[in-house]
Design a protein. Structure first.
Length: 191
């Protein structure tokens, strides 16, 4: 009986390997991963809901870098990223994270009006989605953390504050304008 099992095993290994390797279909792995994602409920690309809102693909890293300056790097949360509207009424909203540089940690403390000390804050995450539209964007309160993940401050500081209650107008070629363009491009709005 053992001899028969060995013979069958030896005969089935090449057959099994032949089913795994198909030189004509070079995207076998990507198709298999797509099937797995669909089985898990993860959409392959941008999806549109019944109300016309588009949700970004849930594949890849959760936090996507969209901007960087001398104070902090800005990331957008892929899970909360959604877009709606048409033409001049387009808008994208999502939660954002700022990862502060050492200079940025000092800056956020110095501009906080005494709410936090310099060189303490390393990460800030918006509590509600910020909205970027064609000609304006909104503010949000955030939670500010130290290097160990301890919540240091809950509120709004200079990095998430916008000067107008209804949204700040865009300045051409500003960092906010570039963030908006990057977010719009994620939904195919490259115009």
């Amino acid at each position: 009986m053992k001899q028969l099992m060995r013979i069958l095993t030896v005969l089935f290994i090449p057959l099994f390997m032949a089913t795994l390797y198909n030189p004509v279909d070079a995207s076998w792995l990507s198709k298999t991963l797509d099937k797995l994602d669909r089985a898990l409920g993860i959409p392959a690309g941008t999806t549109t809901t019944s109300d016309g809102t588009m949700k970004a693909s849930q594949r890849g890293e959760r936090w996507i870098e969209v901007s960087s300056n001398k104070y902090y790097t800005t990331y957008v949360d892929r899970r909360s990223l959604e877009a709606s509207g048409q033409a001049q009424n387009r808008k994208v909203k999502a939660n954002f994270m700022h990862v502060f540089t050492p200079l940025g940690s000092q800056w956020i403390g110095n501009t906080s009006g005494g709410d936090v000390k310099p060189d303490v804050i390393t990460v800030a995450i918006s509590k509600s989605p910020l909205e970027y539209a064609v000609n304006w964007h909104t503010s949000s309160t955030a939670q500010y953390y130290d290097v160990h993940g301890n919540l240091i401050y809950d509120g709004i500081l200079k990095d998430f504050y916008r000067s107008s209650y209804f949204g700040e107008k865009y300045v051409p070629m500003s960092e906010q304008e570039q963030i908006k363009d990057t977010l719009f491009a994620m939904f195919g709005w490259n115009y």
